[in-house]
Ligand binder design. Structure first.
Ligand SMILES: [Zn+2]
Length: 157
């Protein structure tokens, strides 16, 4: 299965910024109702909707010609899903779910060995949060020193 690349934080922030900037050019994009998981602590200078769309790999789609982008379509390069924006903006109450709109096999939804979906790994990288593995190691180290402290206390050291 196709796996997403693991960019550095700088690379990923550049990618998200470029993608969100392109999306922000879509007419009436801010009227689109976007459903997404919490994005904290990621804070980009874009609306949460644009940030979520970029994080989940949705970009301006329909590359009908190298220079002409169809600004009525969003697409995902991983699963090939295309979304017609009109179908959301034309139906009041219809929201675009950045996660659920991917096809089930999409690499953005695929989980790593720790059961973490790829989009979440991107969120953690982009927000500068430590990788889950490193955090667990920190927690283990902390617990060990706490235990040692208690043992020392009991021994009256
Ligand atoms: Zn996808």
């Amino acid at each position: 299965m196709y796996a997403l690349p693991s960019p550095s934080r700088t690379e990923l922030l550049a990618e998200l910024t470029a993608q969100a900037t392109a999306l922000s050019q879509i007419p009436n994009i801010e009227q689109l109702s976007v459903v997404h998981p919490p994005l904290e602590p990621l804070a980009l200078p874009f609306s949460a909707s644009l940030t979520a769309l970029a994080l989940f790999g949705w970009h301006l789609g329909g590359k009908t010609a190298p220079t002409a982008l169809d600004s009525t379509l969003l697409s995902c390069d991983c699963c090939g899903r295309r979304l017609g924006l009109w179908s959301f903006t034309a139906s009041p109450g219809r929201s675009l779910d950045v996660r659920a709109e991917h096809r089930a096999f999409c690499a953005y939804l695929a989980t790593d060995v720790e059961g973490r979906p790829a989009w979440q790994a991107r969120l953690q990288t982009a927000s500068g949060k430590r990788q889950a593995g490193e955090e667990n190691a920190q927690v283990r180290k902390l617990r060990r020193s706490e235990v040692l402290g208690k043992v020392r206390g009991m021994l009256g050291e």
